[in-house]
Design a protein around this ligand. Structure first.
Ligand SMILES: C[S@@+](CC[C@H](N)C(=O)[O-])C[C@H]1O[C@@H](n2cnc3c(N)ncnc32)[C@H](O)[C@@H]1O
Length: 328
């Protein structure tokens, strides 16, 4: 059990004060440092074998997310790790770590906050936790595939917390965005996040089933739809059970939504437009479903993959059945 560092603190009356100067040796109890708490939490997580795949990449990241959040530390402050918690904050950190382990609840839900593309997002169990490799492509404005100057209308399908839509709005300040989701609950969270980042006036939040109710053409259609094959959910770590099933599961092969999005994209893209769609581990299944479509698979810096890019002219024609090669 941790023993607190006790150090003397001196209260000195203001020099201009007419009362006599008072010197007190009242002790102030100082908790563990951020570094000590992170080390401890990391060890606890490693011992318990938690899953870190919903926005953090390691036990240490998960530990740091909790400690930095509770102690309100600045991620860019090199001295942050030396900051000492007060005993109450230390207790909060330790309780969160214990809950993280006992309930297998992802820390972003415990904290109500997740980071995406360098920005904080408000999250709760109504939305999938932001973790898409789209962050990198959006921050690079999808270069070299197209130039930001040509992007005036963007559609995001399945916006969830709104993390991708908000990052897109900031990366393409001249563009108008429409972000859809079938879940009204998710759209409430997306609205909060768009407001939090000052882009609510640039994003139209629309409730609908994929393209339902969407008019006009777009320079870019982006989607991270549900793509987990139904059968895979059973064996998945407990952490995933905290996320909405609606955000994860997509039929027997995981392509239920992907297929419809690919098939519906061509008539909704402007000349020179692109579809960018995340399929996770479903690259081979996507290629097999659309033989002849030249999907591009950008290599992302953090080793992630699973995002396909395809230009409008290479997309299948509207309502062509998946599985049949299409051209022209
Ligand atoms: C994998 S999550 C992606 C959330 C967010 N874009 C992100 O990257 O963190 C998929 C989202 O698609 C939504 N969704 C599921 N079925 C849908 C449908 N038929 N039409 C529109 N959105 C749908 C879910 O509610 C969920 O928010």
């Amino acid at each position: 059990m941790k023993s607190y560092t006790v150090e003397p603190r001196f209260y000195t009356a203001c020099l201009r004060c007419i009362r006599p100067q008072v010197m007190s040796r009242e002790p102030v109890i100082r908790g563990a440092s951020a570094l000590e708490l992170i080390d401890w939490a990391e060890q606890e997580f490693a011992r318990a074998g938690i899953l870190c795949a919903q926005g953090t990449a390691s036990d240490r990241d998960e530990a740091a997310a909790i400690v930095y959040h509770v102690l309100r530390l600045d991620h860019n402050d090199p001295l942050a790790l030396a900051t000492h918690a007060d005993p109450q904050a230390e207790g909060v950190c330790r309780d969160l770590v214990r809950r993280r382990i006992a309930e297998r609840i992802p820390s972003a839900y415990l904290l109500g906050e997740a980071w995406f593309a360098g920005l904080p997002f408000t999250v709760d169990q109504r939305v999938l936790l932001p973790r898409s490799p789209f962050a990198e492509l959006v921050l690079e404005r999808f270069e070299p595939w197209f130039s930001a100057g040509n992007v005036s209308r963007i559609l995001e399908i399945g916006t969830g917390s709104g993390c991708i839509a908000v990052a897109l709005a900031l990366a393409f300040p001249g563009a108008e965005l429409i972000a859809t989701d079938i879940s009204a609950d998710a759209l409430d969270v997306a609205r909060m996040n768009a407001a939090r980042h000052g882009v609510l006036d640039r994003i139209t939040l629309h409730r609908g089933d994929l393209y339902e109710g969407i008019d006009g053409r777009f320079d870019l259609i982006v989607s991270n739809p549900p793509y987990v094959p139904e059968g895979d959910l059973v064996g998945m770590p407990r952490e995933f059970a905290w996320e909405p099933r609606l955000a994860l599961v997509a039929g027997a092969d995981g392509l239920d939504f992907v297929r419809q999005i690919v098939l519906g994209a061509r008539p909704r893209l402007a000349q020179g437009g692109w579809l960018a769609i995340e399929v996770g581990g479903g690259a081979r299944a996507l290629e097999a479903a659309f033989p002849g479509v030249p999907f591009l698979w950008p290599e992302l810096a953090d080793g992630a993959d699973g995002i396909a890019l395809v230009a409008v002219d290479d997309l299948p024609r509207h309502n062509a059945p998946a599985g049949r090669p299409e051209s022209g």
